[in-house]
Ligand binder design. Structure first.
Ligand SMILES: NC(=O)c1ccc[n+]([C@@H]2O[C@H](COP(=O)([O-])OP(=O)(O)OC[C@H]3O[C@@H](n4cnc5c(N)ncnc54)[C@H](OP(=O)(O)O)[C@@H]3O)[C@@H](O)[C@H]2O)c1
Length: 305
């Protein structure tokens, strides 16, 4: 599969990565087969978080992966920390260090290729995070660092103390969850799409060599938007017509829409269905025309002023 460099890190990652948030939906016996299927498709990048099913996702992944007999060095493991579910966010030095130890134990690995701070903590101290990152790097527990759901100013604040490059910002992004696009296109308009909800994070990431990872690539504000969802008739019509032209499914075109953006976005898909995964991967071979890309965008009700 086509790969891209992850920010300024040395990692080459497939343009489609697997998000493991829903892996507990699989029977435990089926997990090794599913992971093997991913590797056959060229997906060697796996996204986790300490909170997915209370840590169960990381544990089941590790047990499944162990059965494959594949070298740890042949896969790329990313996880996240900082959310204390139902309570608060915590990016203190103590919390990060303890969280990473828990992640490594559950994933049964000595190191993470990438650690992301899952969400900004209103009380975060850049000095604290820098101390944690330095220690994790020095001890070989984490090789690269990034963030998720951060605004540009929060990354800048972090960088006042953090020496390591921030190589990723993982953000929600899909054809039908596209305010990162509309805010730019509707600049200075009195329209809904003009609302700046993210501080122009997409442009900021491009300017600063930070990769964007798109989470929930097939979800809109009303759930998964392909086929069964009546909230998106025009989008489904357009996905179907464009898919027929390329000989691929709507799922492939929805992922191709993300990959067509010049920010070279890595798409983190969450399906646990092997057929749907096959379809998502086909997106890597489709390059939408500019007309097709805008047609899909406006078919969600977005305007071009
Ligand atoms: N950083 C963050 O804050 C954050 C937040 C959420 C998620 N994430 C990461 O992003 C990854 C992906 O998120 P996600 O799982 O929400 O992404 P997704 O790939 O958009 O959604 C996958 C879900 O949608 C269903 N689905 C997909 N296409 C469908 C269709 N055509 N019709 C009906 N259902 C369909 C899938 O069902 P099937 O399994 O049956 O295909 C699955 O339940 C997660 O695993 C996690 O790693 C990060």
């Amino acid at each position: 599969m086509r790969t891209i460099k992850l920010g300024s890190s040395k990692l080459s990652v497939p343009v489609i990565g697997l998000g493991c948030m829903r892996i507990t939906e699989l029977e435990e016996n089926d997990i090794p087969n599913y992971l093997n299927h991913c590797l056959e498709l060229g997906i060697n990048f796996f996204d986790h978080a300490d909170i997915y099913s209370g840590g169960e996702c990381e544990e089941r992944f590790a047990r499944g992966f162990a059965e494959l007999g594949v070298d740890r060095e042949d896969i790329i493991l990313q996880s996240k920390c900082g959310i204390v579910p139902g309570w608060m966010y915590d990016l203190s030095y103590e919390y990060i260090i303890k969280a990473v130890d828990g992640i490594l134990k559950r994933l049964n690995t000595e190191y993470l290729d990438v650690l992301l701070l899952h969400r900004p903590d209103a009380l975060f101290e850049p000095e604290d995070i820098a101390k944690a990152f330095n220690e994790l790097l020095k001890k070989g527990k984490v090789r690269n660092f990034g963030v998720s759901n951060f605004r540009p100013t929060q990354i800048k604040l972090l960088k006042t103390c953090v020496k390591q490059p921030i190589c990723v910002d993982q953000l929600q992004f899909s054809i039908s969850f596209s305010s990162m696009i509309s805010a730019g296109l509707e600049a200075n308009m009195m329209t809904d799409g003009a609302a700046d909800r993210d501080g122009n994070v997409l442009d900021f990431c491009r300017l600063n060599n930070i990769s964007v990872q798109a989470w929930s690539p097939f979800q809109g504000r009303h759930g998964a938007f392909i086929d069964s969802n009546e909230a998106y008739p025009d989008l489904n019509w357009a996905l179907g017509e464009i898919g027929a032209k390329y000989g691929v499914s709507k799922t492939s075109i929805a992922a191709a829409w993300i990959l067509r953006h010049p920010a070279k976005i890595q798409t983190i898909v969450g399906t646990m269905n092997p057929y749907r995964l096959d379809e998502a991967v086909k997106a890597a071979d489709v390059t939408l025309t500019r007309e097709e890309w805008y047609r899909l965008y406006t078919s969600t009700g977005r305007i071009l002023p």
